[in-house]
Ligand binder design. Structure first.
Ligand code: ZN
Length: 428
């Protein structure tokens, strides 16, 4: 049994609100008529209060003369409750469980050449349910004060999302330092939090429709009346996803609006994602050598969806090298020198093989002398397929090659990138 701190009187003990009184009366009646027994060892008391204190030294609870422990956390049906009403420890616990399952999946897939859609399906089927466990309760408490402008950052910072992004990087074969926005963009993967929001709203609707005599329903109406954090957060999700419609109207028709709300949340996420990858780089010099890591990526990435090359390139090593080049998670000097002390400006990060040329993605694909043989093979094949290709300006050629919208072009470019990276590795 739990008591909210607003019902604790400092001087005279504990007062319960109406619902707790009904609950306590039912439990007491059950004990008296012999239909309910209390295990003194298993029974614990948790006092909910905003600072999250246990109050173990301040109050005493007894059953038949036996003192009942006041605890600062309690695991019920796999969810860890805390006196503060937050679910940080529950998230840590689920994250740990999901990480164990994810590592097992990593081992299973490490030597397999599984397709990207199949790998993502395995994640969604095997790991997703662990991360989403009890999300209808946990998620709204993790995104308090949700606003449209904060949605992207709040969703990205949820601990459970880190498990998904780690798996996405594993599937793409890119290092952990790869930019999250680019990884999500390549796969067209939305944060798990969007589906969790829909779970929470479905739960809210179920509570609304419950018979008014049930304890759960009374408790729900109490939280509505007091505007408690879980209900308030659910309302925030509704407000940002149904702008211009009065909250009571949405709550009344919630059952028919899950699809619309999900699409709106996805739209808000994609809008901010687009702003992130298109962020203007800082001007060169004065220590602003870093710029926007995705300054090349945003030239050919326009749509938030799984890239075609991830489906048509079968060999995972080829796929991985092409992906690294596209999202700037490669080992070219332009990237390697980002992490050294006194890092030089982008245009001063020269190629080892062509000392006067910055070692950029463009240089690697169209200029570097180290790759010229592989490049010639690639360009000959592309020229055969598109006779006009040779007449295009170099920067347009670069974009066309990196877009990889055509299956055959994707395979040819992937092969070039893989062979060129290998050739550089051997040469250095
Ligand atoms: Zn070079």
């Amino acid at each position: 049994m739990t008591f909210h701190s607003r019902y604790i009187d400092e001087s005279s003990g504990i007062y319960l609100n109406g619902i707790c009184r009904v609950a306590a009366a039912k439990i007491l009646k059950g004990i008296l008529v012999g239909t309910l027994t209390i295990s003194k060892q298993k029974t614990k008391v948790m006092i909910f209060n905003k600072p999250g204190r246990s109050y173990a030294l301040k109050f005493k609870f007894y059953v038949d003369g036996t003192e009942i422990d006041i605890v600062s956390e309690y695991c019920y049906l796999g969810v860890i409750f805390q006196p503060s009403g937050l679910f940080n420890k529950a998230q840590d616990y689920l994250y740990m469980k999901a990480t164990k399952a994810k590592c097992f999946l990593f081992k299973m897939l490490a030597n397999q050449n599984i397709s990207v859609p199949a790998a993502m399906h395995l994640f969604n089927t095997l790991i997703g349910p662990i991360l989403s466990y009890a999300s209808e309760v946990i998620l709204p408490m993790s995104v308090a004060n949700l606003r449209e402008s904060k949605l992207y950052k709040l969703f990205e910072n949820i601990k459970l999302e880190k498990c998904q992004i780690a798996f996405c990087k594993f599937v793409l074969g890119v290092p952990s330092r790869a930019t999250n926005a680019a990884v999500k963009g390549e796969l067209g993967v939305f944060p798990l939090a969007i589906n969790m929001c829909i779970h929470a709203l479905k739960f809210l609707n179920r509570l609304q429709l419950m018979g008014s005599d049930s304890l759960v329903s009374k408790s729900f109406h109490d939280s509505v009346m007091l505007d408690l954090p879980w209900y308030k957060s659910c309302c925030n999700i509704i407000k940002i996803s149904t702008p211009g419609i009065q909250l009571p109207v949405v709550l009344d028709k919630l059952n028919n609006l899950y699809g619309c709300i999900k699409i709106k949340l996805q739209d808000i996420y994609v809008k901010t994602w687009s702003e992130v990858i298109n962020r203007k780089p800082a001007p060169l010099g004065n220590g602003n050598a870093q710029g926007n890591k995705l300054r090349i990526y945003n030239k050919f990435k326009t749509e938030f969806a799984m890239e075609h090359y991830l489906k048509c390139i079968i060999d995972k090593h080829t796929r991985s090298e092409l992906c690294k080049l596209r999202i700037s998670a490669h080992n070219l000097m332009v990237e390697r020198l980002r992490y050294v002390p006194n890092k030089p400006d982008v245009d001063k990060r020269f190629c080892k093989h062509c000392p006067t040329k910055p070692d950029t993605e463009f240089h690697f694909v169209l200029e570097c002398t180290q790759n010229k043989n592989y490049r010639q093979i690639m360009l000959d094949k592309i020229q055969d397929m598109f006779p006009q290709f040779d007449t295009l300006p170099d920067d347009v050629k670069f974009i066309k090659l990196m877009q990889c919208t055509d299956s055959e072009v994707a395979v040819i470019v992937g092969q070039f990138v893989k062979n060129s990276v290998k050739g550089r590795r051997v040469a250095s």
